[in-house]
Design a protein around this ligand. Structure first.
Ligand code: GRF
Length: 214
């Protein structure tokens, strides 16, 4: 009898440990980080699965990639709702419906509603194309970041993965990696070097988060 109980417990443990972390990726654009995360989860055999792609754009590279790879998509914008609260509630409901455990922002160009941030505190990450706290905050996105880095005469820049709180780019840092700024760089060449760095950094940060949560 005792042994049977032990066996049951063992089976239950197996079920619990094989449960994959369910991830929603939020994107607005090309989705190259989304693709890198998707590929790394398979290549590194992480115990995680991207179950939902959320976007404010019905058509973009990220949504296309999700469709091609049978990942559920959710197109949501404030305009579809009578109020911001309704928009936020609908977003939260969809995340709950898909039993999402972790949110990864990957080029999502909208502010995530505070109720969603609160529901996923310590479970939502963002990637930023600079070494935060430098070159962060409102207006610091895309090519603007790299233009500012060059204008400031920096000799190195990089990428940062951080937790998301109610303020833009202000959450606790999880992982950072630097890349050099070259004397002949343009904002575009610098952006390409940083983006390449991001594609390895974000999966590393995800791995770090998954290990922490074990
Ligand atoms: C990346 O540079 C990321 O740091 C920033 O938005 C960009 C998204 O690029 N938050 P992509 O859509 O993943 O290619």
């Amino acid at each position: 009898m005792k042994q049977q109980h032990g066996e049951k417990k063992c089976k239950l443990m197996t079920i619990m440990t094989t449960n994959k972390t369910r991830i929603a990726v939020f994107c607005s654009g090309g989705g190259s980080n989304f693709k890198a995360l998707f590929q790394a989860i398979t290549a590194r055999q992480l115990s995680a699965e991207i179950v939902l792609c959320v976007s404010n754009r019905s058509q973009c590279g990220a949504m296309e990639f999700a469709h091609e790879n049978n990942i559920a998509t959710f197109h949501i914008t404030e305009k579809q709702f009578a109020s911001f609260d309704d928009f936020a509630a609908a977003m939260l409901q969809e995340l709950k419906k898909n039993q999402v455990n972790i949110i990864l922002l990957a080029g999502y160009m909208r502010k995530v509603p505070d109720v969603v941030v609160a529901a996923f505190s310590d479970k939502m990450l963002n990637i930023h194309p600079a070494l935060l706290p430098k070159f962060g905050g409102e207006g610091m996105y895309g090519i603007h970041v790299h233009t500012a880095v060059l204008a400031a005469g920096e000799t190195e820049t990089g990428a940062t993965v951080h937790f998301v709180n109610e303020e833009y780019d202000k959450g606790a840092l999880l992982l950072q990696r630097s890349v050099p700024v070259l004397s002949n760089d343009t904002p575009e060449t610098l952006a390409a070097r940083v983006l390449e760095c991001e594609h390895a950094l974000y999966p590393d940060a995800l791995e770090k988060l998954l290990t922490r949560q074990k």
